[in-house]
Design a binder for this molecule. Structure first.
Ligand code: BG6
Length: 480
């Protein structure tokens, strides 16, 4: 049984994530009485600032990033904050930091949201200052490396000071309510599990489409690309949740054991199963936008779009393709999972002129949070000219079904779980490494076969080759 930490130490406390997500999430949790009264939050980053200056900075960030109705508790939340500047690359500031953290009778939760190159020196600094002793856990924000080797290096560095049960690797998609709902859908209903296999499912599609472009992340994104930025983590976690066997319980070991089996069963991608793209100038939401290379200011071979046809090589999924695609500057922001069922084995309506379409389950992760099952129904009428059947949706909009409940953003859930020590929604080392192994093989294939990104217009669904990737199998991407 883990004990709630009474100290939270934030590295990268002046960064973009802290500003947009971490501080607003913590403030919202506080306003709802979900943080222990004695929880103190110490921020640290390179910038020279006093605690008062940090609180002023945090107030501005909160005013900008918290909706009006959630700002009531800002003053008392700011009272929890203090700040110590530390240059993470030297050991100098860590003693001061430890002094500010003080004694943590119940526990210390550390959150690292810094460049991965700072992970190792930060761990050294924490060890030096005695901040790894006792009930201490550490949350690590992505990117956790750029390939298997660099990820192992980071994992080894962290493992020097923290055992795996104290390491909380963040994939913020796991903190999303709708992603967790996938587990409820699959394992709290009798209906789906018996048909959740190759006998009844034709294929699966997972789309994570974004309308945004490079934003201000030039340095990071051009070294990363869509495969590492989105597929390695978020999309593979979604795939694992869709494909895994039922865990025996909702606990961190059982759930992660099942996910890792799926990740290890991924078949290496073959040459014809991958398409990459890079956006050119175009229009998104009616506004003209420049191409990737123009935003970057130089030509680049980095992919801003990837489509893959993946396979999970096990009994359940034999012969069922998982089509994955993600990209920037696509026509709409949508994350969804489509489970396309097979045709019925025999139609009793065929002789009466009616055709049937196979069932389809669409799980909307964002921005629409809904579950939609397409079913065949009879069109009302006397049927003198034959029976007519039509596909109709059985539609559950989650916000309507749960109106009156608070919809929390992913980091609220994940920060609270870190403070309370629940690892279920965090990624275990073996998962990350299995993910990288599969991704590295794709990058090696691209290099070997000289596969470079094909251009696509901003505001389109990626290069036409991505459409062909599915259409060759008689599959149409679920664009609406
Ligand atoms: C991040 C990626 O992990 O996820 C970004 O680095 C991406 O490139 C973001 O935009 C998407 O997250 P969300 O929650 O907006 O879907």
């Amino acid at each position: 049984m883990s004990v709630n930490a009474d100290r939270l130490l934030l590295f990268g406390a002046t960064g973009d994530l802290a500003q947009r997500m971490l501080l607003p999430s913590l403030c919202a949790l506080d306003a709802d009485g979900l943080l222990e009264p004695d929880l103190k939050i110490v921020g640290t980053a390179r910038s020279e600032m006093t605690s008062q200056e940090y609180r002023d900075w945090a107030r501005t960030a909160l005013e900008k990033n918290l909706p009006d109705h959630r700002r009531s508790g800002v003053d008392s939340f700011l009272g929890r904050l203090s700040y110590v500047p530390v240059d993470a690359t030297t050991l100098d500031g860590y003693d001061e930091l430890a002094k500010e953290v003080g004694t943590y009778d119940k526990g210390l939760a550390i959150f690292l949201s810094t460049a991965p190159s700072l992970f190792e020196p930060t761990i050294d600094g924490l060890v030096h200052a005695g901040l790894t002793e006792g009930n201490v856990r550490i949350g690590l924000e992505k990117p956790l490396g750029t390939d298997l080797a660099s990820s192992e290096e980071i994992n080894n560095a962290v493992a020097k000071a923290f055992s795996e049960d104290r390491i909380f690797r963040i994939d913020h998609y796991l903190g999303k309510e709708t992603v967790q709902n996938l587990l409820a859908l699959r394992f709290a209903n009798l209906l789906f599990e018996p048909v959740w296999n190759a006998t009844y499912i034709d294929h699966v599609q997972i789309t994570v489409a974004e309308t945004i472009g490079l934003e201000s992340r030039v340095a990071y994104y051009d070294d990363s690309g869509a495969l590492r930025d989105m597929v390695q983590n978020h999309m593979l976690q979604l795939l694992a949740l869709v494909a895994m066997e039922p865990p025996t319980s909702f606990d961190s070991t059982a759930v992660r054991d099942e996910k890792v089996k799926v990740l290890r069963a991924l078949r290496p991608i073959a040459k014809g199963e991958t398409v990459t793209g890079q956006y050119r100038a175009g229009a998104v939401d009616g506004a003209a936008v420049p191409g990737y290379d123009e935003e970057l200011g130089k030509p680049s071979d980095t992919e801003t779009f990837v489509a893959l046809k993946a396979h999970v090589d096990n009994w359940r999924w034999k012969g069922v393709p998982f089509y994955l695609r993600t990209g920037k500057r696509l026509p709409e922001r949508v994350t969804e999972i489509v489970i396309q069922f097979r045709c019925i084995p025999h139609s009793i309506f065929e002789g009466r002129g009616a055709s049937t379409k196979p069932n389809r389950l669409v799980i909307g992760i964002q921005p629409e949070e809904n579950v939609q099952l397409s079913m065949m129904a009879k069109v009302p009428g006397l049927d003198r000219e034959g029976i007519r059947l039509r596909q109709v949706p059985l539609d559950i909009a989650m916000p309507d079904a749960f109106s009156g409940t608070v919809r929390r953003i992913a980091y609220e859930r994940l920060l609270l779980d870190l403070i309370e020590g629940d690892q279920t929604l965090f990624v275990r080392r073996d998962e990350v490494e299995a993910q990288w192994e599969w991704i590295d093989a794709i990058r090696a294939l691209w290099d070997r076969e000289e596969i470079t990104p094909k251009p696509y217009g901003a505001g389109s669904w990626g290069p036409s080759a991505a459409i062909a990737l599915a259409e060759r199998d008689g599959v149409t991407w679920h664009d609406e």
